[in-house]
Design a protein around this ligand. Sequence first.
Ligand SMILES: C[S@@+](CC[C@H](N)C(=O)[O-])C[C@H]1O[C@@H](n2cnc3c(N)ncnc32)[C@H](O)[C@@H]1O
Length: 391
Amino acid sequence: MIFHMSLRSNPMLRKTNLAVWRAWQSWKLGLHTSTVGASPGPGPWERSEALSSVSTEKPPHTPVMLKEVLQYLNIQPGQVVLDMTFGGGGHTKAILNMVPEVTVLALDRDPTAISLAERLAKDHSGRVKPLLGRFSELETLLSNMNVQPGSIDAVLLDAGCSSMQMDQAERGFSLSKDGPLDMRMDGERYLDMPCAADVVNTLDQQALASILTAYGEERHARKIASAIVEARRVNPITRTQQLASVVAGSLPAAVAYARKDRLHRPAHVATKTFQALRIFVNDELNELHAGLCAAQAVLRSGGHLCAITFHSLEDRLVKRFLRGDDLSNLDHYHFSPRNQGNRKKKLMDERRDGGSVHWLPLRRKVITPEKDDVKENPRGRSSKLRAALKL
Ligand SMILES: C[S@@+](CC[C@H](N)C(=O)[O-])C[C@H]1O[C@@H](n2cnc3c(N)ncnc32)[C@H](O)[C@@H]1O
């Protein structure tokens, strides 16, 4: 397993990385042993008509950039699509409604999402194949189904959490609703998997600060980590609201009130802390890398990939993967913007003209949601879509 690449790749954090890694491993052991290339035009059937037939029921998760995903996946009748992040099934349902005779392999690590996929499979007999598992388990899952490498026509990867996960207080992702500090996407499957409360109550201050810096890009990581360690001396931190108030109490009011989201709305001061913990608990960046490698292996030549991300750490990873950077040696990559290497290296990167031998971008620039879409679905405001053709 590639362990927490941002920590490893950030020279400033290398020392503490080792400390995090050791602390974590020993704790776990202690517990249990502009368009270029092919342009996706409309298919032979009427896309707009098909789109309007997509269910009007309020979905459990509003799919982001649906129009753009359908456009760039460019799925043809009878093709096989892999939705690597089924979630509430919004993208899959639109694909099923839009393209005749399509088959969707629907992966998700969350058993709740897969039970929705199973329900959908009953309504579309044979056209939806639910797959419970992680990106890193995909190769085995597909091989068990006799799906050959290089045989899938289109792949969608819509990273991060679903609204179903965020909105259920008992899942522990939410800042606004009190619940157990859990944050595991598939804790039900891996009962011994450490949750967010285990992280905040177990790791030392330096390790916690490293996690907040690397995965939350939190400038006040050290102060917050110190407040967490102080607070847990009195009582273990077991609830989401408890953690949110420890974080809020650790920073001056001026800092807390200055935080804004991308829509310039006041943002909770603990947002970055929650993001960092969630990424760490679910090993999200390593999983994303595994997911991109799996997509590359399963897509046929000429097949299309759409990858949607929700924060800069993920988008940088996708961008570099599609550019053909060798991410297997992640020590050479700096996922934190403050550590993106020197100017010379940047210039060398820019001068490289070869690009990837595996991917051709379908749009040179990253795709972002339209203003109206963001108004309708503010959760999608930070989403970024990269679309590429497998060479
Ligand atoms: C943003 S939601 C997807 C929403 C979906 N596109 C829709 O329209 O409803 C992301 C989903 O990906 C799943 N997920 C995240 N990381 C994963 C991983 N490593 N392997 C498999 N599924 C993952 C989450 O459980 C979540 O359900």
